[in-house]
Design a protein around this ligand. Structure first.
Ligand SMILES: Nc1ncnc2c1ncn2[C@@H]1O[C@H](COP(=O)(O)OP(=O)(O)OP(=O)(O)O)[C@@H](O)[C@H]1O
Length: 618
């Protein structure tokens, strides 16, 4: 049937999609463009039925035609189509009423698969276009970054450079150029790793994929490196520490900025310091060894001063030392001056677990009562006028060792409480300080006066006495253990001759008797002095005993109190002098009794009591 086509075929061809004109009453395609023929796999451009191309939902197609008749236009995607060979087509069906006839419609079949392909291509194109833009933007970003921060970048003391995501240098600041010796032209646009970071200091190659700077933008992490090298243009390495930070331009990774510092000098100083420390350590070890050696020497010197004597009193002292040394018990040694209290204290320390640390000998009588507190507790700078620097006290010095509180009876009453508190608490606070320092101290105290008596008189705090008197040891006066005099005399004579480098004289029986019968108010110390003096004056291979006490010093304190033994000694020396002047005559005119203005009988009994022999005044 010849139908009047309201649309020239050329127009149909111009439609960019598959298009055909359909007589819906006859189900006849009146005309189809080439794209429609291809899509539907039809050989001819007209005269074929359209219904076979509707794969399913024919009812839907009829509804669609109905809508078209009413509205003049329609589009649907829910009508599955197929080609001549029954291959399914995925199309959008668009219908347009043509002319006045209600049966003539133009159908446009838009291949949705092809549309999808177009979309993908379009998207890929967009991606590519955007990528190019991103790259351009990164470049612009770096330039902008550099331009905007030019002043800061060039003023910075640290070297700063930027790399883009390809590892190419985008800017280098002045400090970086100066440190590296490379110019901006040398570096810009070049692979910076291969120029300044190619090798480790050891000479080993540094592959770019290991480079923390590249990793910082590959893994988008900030990398801080403390010690690596950058290579200067002149081939010299500089040791650097650097931070490499990924940077973003509107959330897109643009590259990294590296801030580095030349630490060559610091490393050199560190090396020098390390060398110095090693040297100090070596010196310290040497000093320690020397100290150990000296300690050894002192110990062996002390060994010469070992406790001599075999009297029951000395045996008792020795056994008590042995029992108490290994404990931490506080020891109170009492005895007259020169009886060996310090020697006993030293022996206890030497045999104790604390022997490797110091025995601090603090003689309370040797320090004025004003100074004693600072001496014991130490002070901080400015604690009192004259306290120019911080100073530890004896308590601190004795930490982990032993504190020998000699002449503890001389400790001012006002200080006794504070000392006791520090010892009991095991902590000391320096004068003027608020910080308490822990101390671990073993205390050995010595007293010439019986502390019980002082406690009774209220001159010594009972609590301190109780604290000290855990393990008492008494050093007996020499006159009460005369059997110790010969071995002591021989011992001191050996020491004196060794010291004087002289031949040892013999001690005659007569000389020894003289020594034994003497009263020894100064005890062993006096015996030692007598032997020292005698060994100097002795001639002819025999010891000439000189018992004369050294003259009293002018500086002797007139207010000091003499012990009974000292009084006896002075009296004895006085009688010896009188006998010497009277050439041994006791009674009668010019006799010693006359000189002393006492009865001869009184003098005879004193001579006997004091065991004064003719040898003493001859
Ligand atoms: N048994 C002894 N064996 C060897 N030397 C002794 C003995 N006793 C005392 N000495 C020596 O006598 C001297 C005086 O002794 P030490 O200083 O120990 O007495 P002290 O009782 O502490 O005296 P002071 O109360 O005056 O301080 C020291 O040189 C000491 O070595």
């Amino acid at each position: 049937m010849k139908t009047d086509i309201p649309m020239p075929e050329s127009l149909l061809e111009a439609v960019p999609h598959a298009a055909l004109v359909l007589d819906t009453a006859q189900d006849q395609v009146i005309a189809a463009n080439r794209l429609a023929m291809q899509l539907l796999a039809q050989d001819s451009a007209s005269g074929f039925a359209f219904a076979p191309h509707i794969a399913d939902n024919f009812a839907g197609f009829l509804v669609c035609l109905d809508e078209l008749a009413h509205r003049g236009r329609v589009w649907r995607r829910d009508i599955p189509l197929q080609d001549q060979n029954r291959h399914p087509l995925h199309c959008e069906l668009r219908g347009t009423q043509i002319g006045q006839s209600p049966h003539l419609v133009m159908l446009t079949l838009i291949d949705l698969n092809e549309m999808l392909r177009h979309d993908q291509i379009a998207e890929a194109g967009e991606v590519q276009r955007l990528g190019l833009l991103e790259w351009q933007r990164a470049q612009a970003f770096f330039s902008e970054l550099e331009r905007q921060n030019q002043l800061i970048l060039n003023a910075a003391g640290e070297g700063i450079y930027g790399v883009n995501a390809d590892g190419k240098t985008t800017f280098v600041n002045r400090a970086a150029r100066e440190m590296l010796g490379w110019s901006a032209e040398d570096l810009l646009g070049r692979d910076i790793h291969s120029m300044i970071h190619h090798h480790h200091l050891s000479g080993e190659a540094y592959p770019a994929h290991d480079c923390p700077i590249y990793q910082s933008f590959r893994y988008e992490q900030v990398n801080r490196i403390e010690d690596e090298v950058f290579w200067r243009k002149d081939g010299k390495p500089i040791r650097v520490e650097y931070v490499s930070t990924p940077i973003y331009d509107q959330n897109v990774l643009a590259g990294a900025v590296v801030i580095f510092r030349d630490i060559t000098e610091r490393k050199e100083n560190e090396r020098k310091l390390r060398d110095a420390m090693t040297e100090v350590q070596a010196l310290r070890e040497q000093v320690e060894q020397e100290n150990a050696y000296l300690q050894e020497a002192i110990a062996s010197e002390r060994a010469h001063h070992e406790i001599i004597g075999s009297s029951p009193a000395i045996q008792d002292v020795l056994s008590r030392i042995e029992r108490v040394a290994g404990t931490e018990a506080t020891v109170l040694i009492s005895g007259e001056a020169g009886t060996g209290k310090a020697l006993v204290a030293s022996a206890i320390h030497k045999d104790s677990a604390r022997r490797r640390r110091s025995l601090i000998h603090f003689k309370c009588s040797a320090v004025t009562s004003d100074a004693i507190e600072a001496e014991l507790f130490g002070h901080i700078r400015g604690a009192f006028p004259g306290a120019l620097r911080d100073r530890p006290g004896m308590l601190e010095l004795a930490h982990n060792g032993t504190l020998f509180l000699d002449d503890v009876d001389e400790l001012p009453l006002s200080l006794q409480g504070r000392l006791l508190h520090a010892l009991q608490e095991g902590s000391v606070t320096r004068l003027g300080d608020t910080r308490a320092r822990e101390i671990s101290i073993r205390v050995i105290a010595a007293s010439r006066k019986p502390l019980e008596t002082l406690v009774r008189r209220g001159q010594f705090r009972e609590e301190l006495f109780m604290f000290l008197n855990v393990f008492p040891i008494t050093c007996q006066a020499l006159r009460e253990r005369r059997e110790d005099i010969p071995p002591l005399a021989a011992h001191f004579l050996t020491l004196a001759c060794k010291r004087l480098n002289t031949k040892m004289p013999t001690i005659s029986r007569h000389a020894m008797e003289k020594l034994i019968s003497y009263h020894w108010p100064g005890n062993v110390r006096e015996l030692q002095n007598v032997i020292d003096r005698s060994s100097i004056i002795s001639t002819g291979g025999k010891l000439q005993v000189d018992l004369a006490p050294p003259p009293l010093q002018d500086t002797h304190d007139p207010t000091s109190v003499m012990t009974d033994a000292e009084m006896t000694s002075v009296m004895r020396a006085n009688i010896v002098n009188a006998l010497r002047k009277a050439k041994g005559k006791v009674a009668g005119s010019q006799g010693a009794a006359d000189m002393l203005m006492v009865q001869p009988t009184t003098l005879y009994s004193r001579i006997k009591k004091l065991r004064i022999q003719p040898e003493d005044w001859l």
